[in-house]
Design a protein around this ligand. Structure first.
Ligand code: BGC
Length: 768
């Protein structure tokens, strides 16, 4: 059952309803961020209904002690948690002594808008308190220009009556994680003070694992004005062990208003030494602009982002809002400015899933950042893994294996996930990390990463695979047993086709790269592979076992998949879904239902290795059994459906990925947004509807126009060029920057020097 709280508009999320029974969902959807920090759509004023206060600072985390039922050797000691940090947006409001709390007071004309052109979140409503009625307005955004700054503007305008209005802007250091294993606090406030301005400094509590403690200072500057400048404002300062606040009080008659501009600077020990934090925080707030001035800059910066990244769709506002919302939330989480960071599945919008880095980044985010950002952004994402190679090797060693096993979930390279079926078995993640090195090299044409750091990572990953396979004397082939594929609805399976394909591919790719680059005079990689080692890898990849069904001519997900009771999801009752919320885990494991692309993920990654007929057969076999309960699933299906000509299916999969959160399709958006899968709607349009491919360094498109759409257009960066692709009844490609290039449009090789256009169903280019 889907749920849509916000009006369908091209650039905004807007509602005139406070959804008290879906407040968590409303909070998730109205999250804002600037890559450095972010928060759920919490209210500034008191709210005593069900809510999840959550403010998060990129890269600030806490190692929470592992909690498991029965300890198994190899489990990680801690689970790195996104840590709920200093709560700096509150402004309590009283009118004639009555605390404004929307779950207590009478209100009307509620309105909330999140504007994707600026990142500004606005709210307003009227309250009636005794014989006073007043209009309250709230605006805020997190600055893109100065990442440490948050801007807020709050107004109370008396419509009728006489009111004593009291505004209490504060910073609160008493924060708890929703998601903590032992219900412990992760922070301790070190200091609260009003000099030079109200601020507090807090530190993550000591941990037993030698992980650095983070220190954070938040300082505010409040400017209060009255519409009648002759009136007086009384001001008081308050402080407790965990809060700093100011109280502003004024007497207002009807028609009069009070406005507060609150600017907060938040600095952390990731960038600023604790001893310098106070002065840095002060300098930043003192130099801050007025709300309206800062908003102008904010709009300009978002405009620059949108100029490159926007996907404009004519004729389908729902689809339009979906893609923009996803790009907006994705860029609010990560825009590639800080090489130390990665992209967490919930970004700044919730705590579920803990750590910051999953295979999601390499498999789902890298293709988008390759096309929409400078190559250095993707290179940073790759380097992030190179920097954690040591920990990945330790991780493999811990499991008694050689080479490097990258973690499923991490902040610092150390595995944080402690369910054995994921930690020990979902090893396909290693393949996605290798694949991203290929993807970067193939997309950009820059081999310098592969030849050096990339090769160091690839060799260790290959060593891992070589030690994780075993030789079956029975079948005289290599096998990989005891794994979990991308389909987490089955665990401990043998010969997951996808895992075996990836392992084989990595071994071959690494061998080729090693043989090529290790011969060069400027070879810098610090790895040495003996001829015997390379020969062993070749032997494994030439003799790997892949489950295959001759009768159906499909790749088999794993050894015993076909022995299951196979049935399509159309056999399920509406009340069974989502399975992960309705069925026991045991029931799920025994069923044939697939959480997300598994065999099809492999076919997507290596699309140039399989024929169209193979793609069709496998799609038609697996998709009908797929429940898409991972948010990562629909996009891959949209791409493959488009390629095999199932255009309606491609469209429905697009809608599912694009509006996953806006329509709460998986019934879990209240926990936070699905940030890493937000690339999915872009992938579905660019790699699905437009069929953009880059196999072997050759750019190609085979677009179709989805039913009901009048047009769609997008930009891509490709090998130092900027292209604009517009699809109406014709495909038009404009070369906006860079040298001419040859590309393939449908089956034609065309030279793009200014623009080309041809009818969408093929035919000869009209003006090549
Ligand atoms: C998916 C994983 C994914 C994780 C984080 C899980 O539900 O099955 O593939 O890495 O979510 O997004």
């Amino acid at each position: 059952m889907t749920k849509t709280l916000f009006d369908v508009l091209p650039w905004q999320l807007r509602t005139n309803k406070l959804h008290t029974s879906d407040f968590l969902l409303q909070e998730s959807l109205t999250s804002i961020g600037n890559g450095y920090m972010g928060m759920r759509g919490n209210f500034e004023e008191t709210y005593s209904g069900e809510m999840h206060k959550g403010t998060y600072l990129a890269g600030v985390w806490y190692p929470d002690k592992t909690k498991v039922g029965w300890w198994k050797n190899g489990y990680p000691d801690y689970f790195g948690k996104v840590v709920n940090a200093v709560d700096f947006i509150p402004v309590n409001i009283q009118i004639n002594g009555v605390e404004i709390d929307l779950s207590q007071v009478t209100y009307q004309d509620f309105e909330q808008t999140l504007d994707m052109r600026t990142g500004e979140l606005k709210r307003s409503y009227k309250v009636v308190v005794g014989n006073v009625s007043a209009l309250l307005t709230f605006k805020r955004f997190l600055s893109l220009a100065v990442k440490e700054l948050s801007y807020q503007k709050i107004g109370v305008a008396v419509i009728e009556g006489n009111a004593i209005v009291c505004l209490k802007p504060l910073i609160n250091g008493f924060v708890k994680n929703n998601d903590s294993n032992y219900d412990e606090l992760f922070w301790k406030v070190l200091e609260t003070s009003h000099k030079p301005l109200p601020y507090l400094t807090m530190i993550t509590v000591p941990n037993a694992f030698g992980i650095e403690q983070f220190t954070v200072t938040a300082m505010m500057k409040n400017v209060v004005t009255l519409s009648d400048s002759d009136q007086k404002i009384a001001k008081e300062s308050l402080q407790t062990d965990e809060q700093v606040a100011e109280i502003y009080q004024a007497q207002l008659a009807s028609g009069e208003a009070i406005t507060l501009e609150k600017v907060v600077s938040v600095v952390t020990s990731r960038d600023i030494l604790p001893s310098k934090q106070k002065e840095t925080a002060e300098r930043l707030v003192q130099k801050s602009l007025s709300y309206d001035e800062a908003l102008e800059t904010q709009e300009r910066l978002w405009k620059e982002r949108w100029q490159l990244a926007d996907v404009a769709i004519e004729g389908d506002v729902k689809a339009q809002q979906g893609i923009r919302f996803n790009l907006f939330q994705l860029f609010q989480t990560y825009y590639g400015d800080d090489a130390r960071l990665n992209i967490g599945p919930k970004g700044f919008t919730g705590e579920k899933y803990g750590g910051a880095t999953y295979w999601d980044t390499e498999a789902y985010a890298v293709p988008l950042y390759l096309a929409l950002a400078d190559p250095k952004v993707t290179r940073n994402l790759l380097k992030y893994r190179h920097n954690q190679l040591k920990e990945a090797k330790e991780n493999a060693e811990k499991l008694g294996l050689r080479g490097a096993l990258y973690p499923m979930v991490t902040f610092n390279g150390v595995e944080c996930h402690n369910e054995w079926e994921i930690t020990f078995e979902e090893i396909h993640r290693n393949g996605a990390i290798a694949y991203a090195i290929y993807n970067y090299t193939n997309y950009t044409g820059d081999t310098s990463y592969l030849a050096h750091e990339g090769l160091e990572v690839l060799v260790e990953i290959s060593r891992f695979w070589a030690s994780r396979v075993h030789y079956s004397t029975e079948k005289e082939q290599f096998m990989i047993h005891g794994v979990t594929g991308p389909n987490e609805y089955e665990n401990n399976v043998n010969n997951n086709w996808y895992t075996n394909v990836l392992a084989t591919w990595v071994l071959r790719y690494t061998k080729e790269a090693y043989e090529k680059y290790s011969q060069l005079p400027d070879f810098k990689a610090t790895v040495f592979c003996s001829p015997e080692e390379l020969a062993h890898w070749a032997n494994i990849s030439d003799n790997m076992y892949f489950p295959y069904d001759e009768k159906r001519q499909v790749f088999v997900q794993h050894d015993t998949f076909l022995d299951k009771e196979l049935m399509p999801i159309t056999e399920l009752k509406e009340s069974d879904r989502p399975l992960n919320q309705k069925w026991s885990w045991d029931h799920i494991l025994r069923s044939c239902f697939i959480k997300q692309a598994d065999v099809l993920q492999g076919i997507y990654f290596f699309g140039d290795h399989y024929s169209l007929a193979e793609k069709k057969r496998n799609y038609l076999f697996y998709e009908p059994m797929t429940v898409h309960e991972s948010s990562l699933s629909p996009s891959i299906h949209a791409i493959l459906a488009a390629e095999i000509g199932l255009y309606d299916k491609a469209m429905s999969m697009y809608e599912r990925t694009a509006r996953l959160d806006l329509d709460n399709i998986n019934n879990d958006t209240g926990d936070g947004l699905h940030i890493t899968s937000m690339t999915g709607s872009w992938l579905a349009i660019v790699q699905g509807f437009a069929q953009m491919r880059t196999w072997n360094g050759q750019l190609s498109f085979s677009p179709f126009l989805p039913k009901g759409w009048e047009s769609y257009s997008f930009h891509i960066l490709y090998r130092e060029r900027l292209l604009k692709v517009t699809i109406t009844e014709t495909v038009r490609i404009d070369l906006l920057e860079g040298e001419p290039l040859t590309l393939t449009l449908y089956d034609h090789n065309v030279e793009l020097s200014d623009h080309i256009a041809m009818p969408i169903e093929g035919g000869v280019p009209s003006d090549v």
